[in-house]
Design a protein around this ligand. Structure first.
Ligand SMILES: Nc1nc2c(ncn2[C@@H]2O[C@H](COP(=O)(O)O[C@H]3[C@@H](O)[C@H](n4cnc5c(=O)[nH]c(N)nc54)O[C@@H]3COP(=O)(O)O)[C@@H](O)[C@H]2O)c(=O)[nH]1
Length: 833
């Protein structure tokens, strides 16, 4: 409770005091002058007794000399003290129990710091709530002392003492105005020192101030306080005098236990009020600091309050929205039924929660997560609607991103396999219902790996994006283009009238894809092979259709790429073939199923064989002679290329050395080395072994590498090539012109020849492009001080053209198909042109 309700707060600080030998007269004068009801008698600054107005009743007024007696002879001792920290309630109890009207207030050290009287307690205790409930009549417990005006003071004092009273009514027999005599009057008489009055009537105070017995004790106490008096006459409603009311009576009437309980209840109420005020403060702070928008509406649905976050999220300031209908926030995106459901939920369940699109002041529409609660009073009547919302734009974007990741290819933005399969399944179900057809096209970019290998994945990715765009451009609305991964794409044509329509689309796709495309400084040419499968003829499920379209695509590749194939059941046999080929390839080396054939390179000036290229062949026990076009990529995929490559190199070196030993003209043996061999194995070590084992001098060995060796792992591969060159090995670039070589690399690498790809040679006579490209490559080779070798020369016209353009050597069917070692012997030392 603190010091608020303790007596030290209200005690009189100035202590009226006197010494023990002070006369009663002097003490009374001091009290009258100070308007004080007590005086403390001190000795050596210590209080030793107290003399109060009440003690005047013990004075013998019949003996005027008694006024000159020392105060110590009449004072009350020992003095009654009370600690300053005592509560007013406890002080009131002590006044009541100990029957005194004054306490000296002391501090912890026992020093007097003030005086407190019972009237102080009553006036300052804050018991108004109690006093207002009690009437004056209930506080009068003592019979009224009535004194005749003619009575002497001594008689009057005797009567007051006899009535255990502290005052008396002075009333005569003839209807004179009544008066009152109190202890304070006695002090005044003693202090006057003029002798005693003749009768009490002379000194009685008039008029007699009275209250009605039905008045509240509070009003009586207020009169006492206002008039600075301590007694009131109490009359009935008829005006009949019933008694006297003093502070003592009021104090006695206070039922302290009850008052204390009331006090406690009030204190608890105050504390609760304080707490709720604190809670309210806290709630206000929380609402103000909340990042969620908060809007309170009245029962009519009009806005009463919004917090700062509301303003931040909607753009509307407090003053702009208070009194408005929240409809100002509506986006217009929801149907009336949506709001009807919301109100229904509010009225039935008292809460609505969900996603809603609202509109900011700027006009921007945004999604929010909104919770509305109905607030009701104790009687169940709606007092408010409280809406709390947060902007979920970011969350929605994230959800959208996650959805995109799950269903769309990150690189191209096309649907991915999952979404494609979903759509295909739906399309199949539709086609089944309507008895219609659909088609899917499986596309794979031809030789895309070369772009990735030679120009890097960054360029490869850009090519894929460009191709994705071209595919989307080709198809109709309702068709789906998807990327399955790598360079594989699929197209779903859900409505197909004729199979020819799918074939026409495949043609369009092929011709669009093959248009030159520019990526950074590169002009690239990409082609695609397409396989088509039609529902229901080529499969009834998504899996079968995709598998069969894939098979048809492989067939298109086998047949020379840049074309499409419609699926036929026979193709499945081909897929099966591929699988069984894989199984057999693993054992091909140990079963000695590989062999080499040789094709001569002819010097265009002399017409003689200047070199030989070794070409691998696989004699499959059932499939017969398998082309390297089929098994080399398979071997690369299966991780067998280094092993097979090593065998080829060693066998070719042995063959060349044996020709030398036979005394045939010494030609150089060219061997193809796969890019993967450079990555996976130690080519230098392998070459050393092959030369050592065969005895072939290094200058008679030529390695044919592809452009990707120059463009990948540039530092490492350059090092290997340098070492090979240092050994005396020749290096030529195979299929030159198809691999996007960087000219600066060509210049820096230790190479001896460029082999012009046969596709350009093949084009020499068909259109001007091939001729121009071949001429350019020949010039380039010569400028770099390299030999130019043309592959795939099949006609005399091609040979003539090449000779005219200064090509150094040719290789091709015109002179000889690849043949066995024995058959090649007959071609040595002849003019083959
Ligand atoms: N890493 C290895 N690759 C090898 C090996 N052996 C061959 N290969 C590569 O396989 C590809 C196909 O080779 P192949 O089927 O042997 O075809 C070669 C010739 O038969 C063919 N050719 C030759 N002259 C003509 C012609 O006038 N017309 C025509 N259409 N084709 C012709 O060209 C192939 C030789 O090409 P190249 O090697 O580019 O000089 C092929 O890429 C081989 O490199 C091997 O052991 N390891």
């Amino acid at each position: 409770m603190g010091s608020e309700n303790t007596i030290e707060r209200i005690a009189k600080r100035e202590i009226l005091s006197c010494s023990p030998d002070t006369t009663i007269l002097e003490a009374a004068r001091a009290m009258a002058q100070a308007r004080c009801s007590s005086i403390i008698i001190t000795e050596n600054t210590l209080p030793v007794g107290i003399w109060t107005e009440r003690d005047t009743l013990d004075i013998d007024f019949a003996d005027p000399e008694s006024f000159n007696r020392p105060i110590a002879s009449v004072m009350s001792a020992p003095i009654k003290t009370i600690h300053g920290a005592t509560t007013l309630g406890d002080a009131g109890l002590r006044f009541q129990m100990e029957g005194v009207r004054h306490f000296v207030v002391v501090n912890d050290a026992g020093r007097a710091v003030g005086v407190i009287s019972q009237s102080d307690v009553i006036l300052r205790h804050g018991v108004e709530h109690y006093l207002v409930l009690r009437n004056v009549g209930s506080a009068i417990n003592r019979p009224m002392v009535k004194i005749h005006p003619q009575a002497s003071l001594t008689e009057a004092v005797a009567q007051i003492n006899a009535g255990h009273a502290d005052a008396a009514i002075v009333v005569g027999d003839h209807g004179e105005a009544p008066g009152i005599i109190t202890e304070r009057d006695l002090i005044r008489i003693i202090a006057g020192g003029d002798g005693l009055p003749v009768s009490v009537g002379d000194i009685a105070s008039r008029p007699l101030i009275s209250v009605c017995e039905t008045d509240s004790l509070l009003s009586a106490r207020n009169i006492l306080e206002e008039r600075h008096i301590r007694h009131l006459a109490v009359a009935t409603e008829d005006g009949e005098l019933k008694g006297l009311l003093s502070f003592s009576d009021i104090l006695a009437s206070l039922q302290y236990e009850y008052v204390q309980r009331l006090d406690e209840a009030l204190r608890e109420r105050d504390e609760a009020l304080l707490k709720s005020r604190k809670d309210l403060h806290l709630a206000r702070k929380v609402i103000e600091a909340s990042l969620d928008g908060i809007m309170i509406c009245n029962p009519k649905g009009l806005i009463e309050f919004v917090n700062p976050a509301f303003s931040q999220l909607t753009g509307y300031q407090f003053d702009e929205v208070v009194g408005q209908n929240p409809a100002i926030l509506q986006s217009g995106l929801h149907e009336k039924a949506f709001y009807d459901r919301m109100w229904q939920s509010l009225h039935v369940q008292g809460i609505w929660q969900g996603e809603i699109w609202n509109r900011r002041k700027t006009g921007e529409v945004y999604p929010e997560w909104l919770t509305i609660n109905v607030i009701r009073d104790e009687d169940g009547a709606i007092t408010q609607y409280a809406a709390v919302f947060s902007d979920i734009s970011e969350r929605k974007k994230t959800e959208e991103r996650i959805k995109n990741l799950a269903y769309f290819d990150v690189l191209t933005g096309l649907p991915n396999r999952r979404l494609f399969t979903d759509r295909l399944q739906v399309a199949i179900a539709n086609a089944h219902r309507h008895g219609s057809q659909l088609a899917i096209m499986f596309l794979d970019l031809d030789l895309f790996k070369r772009i990735n290998d030679s120009l890097g994945h960054g360029i490869g990715d850009q090519v894929l994006c460009e191709v994705a765009g071209r595919l989307e451009h080709c198809v109709r609305e309702g068709d789906t283009v998807a990327r399955l991964g790598g360079d594989e794409f699929v197209v779903l044509l859900p409505e197909l009238d004729h199979v020819e329509d799918a074939a026409k689309l495949a043609d369009r796709v092929i011709s669009h894809v093959k248009q030159p495309l520019r990526v950074d400084e590169h002009e690239l040419y990409v082609t695609t092979s397409v396989g088509i499968a039609v529902y229901p003829d080529d499969g009834l499920t998504d899996e079968t259709l995709i598998k069969n379209a894939d098979t048809a695509m492989y067939r298109a590749k086998d047949l020379g790429r840049n074309s499409y194939q419609l699926y036929t059941p026979a193709m499945n046999a081909r897929s099966f073939e591929r699988l069984s080929m894989e199984a057999s390839l693993r054992h091909a080396l140990s079963r000695h199923e590989f062999t080499l054939v040789y094709q001569g390179k002819i010097d265009l000036n002399s017409g003689r064989m200047s070199g030989v290229e070794a070409l691998a062949r696989w004699r499959h026990p059932e499939m017969g002679l398998v082309s390297p076009v089929e098994f080399i990529p398979l071997a690369e995929n299966m991780g067998l290329i280094s092993e097979i490559g090593a065998w080829v190199l060693k066998a070719a070196c042995r063959q060349c050395q044996s020709w030398h030993e036979l005394g045939l003209p010494r030609v150089r043996m060219a061997v193809n080395v796969s890019t993967l061999q450079f990555r996976e194995g130690d080519v230098v070590e392998l070459v050393k072994q092959a030369l050592d084992e065969s005895g072939l001098p290094p200058q008679y060995l030529e390695l044919e590498i592809t452009e990707s060796v120059l463009m990948q792992r540039v530092e490492e591969n350059a090092q290997v090539l340098q070492e090979l060159r240092a050994m005396g090995i020749h290096i030529s670039i195979d299929d030159f012109g198809t691999g996007y070589s960087s000219l600066s690399y060509l210049k820096r690498m230790p190479i001896d020849a460029l082999k012009i790809d046969r596709s350009f040679v093949n084009d020499i006579t068909e259109d001007g492009d091939g001729a121009a490209i071949v001429s350019t490559i020949i010039n380039l080779a010569h400028n770099l001080k390299l030999r130019a070798v043309a592959e795939g020369v099949e006609t005399q016209e091609q040979a003539d053209f090449l000779r005219e353009r200064g090509c150094d050597e040719i290789q091709g069917f015109l002179v000889s198909r690849p043949v066995s070692g024995e058959d090649l012997v007959s071609l040595f030392d002849r003019n083959l042109l």
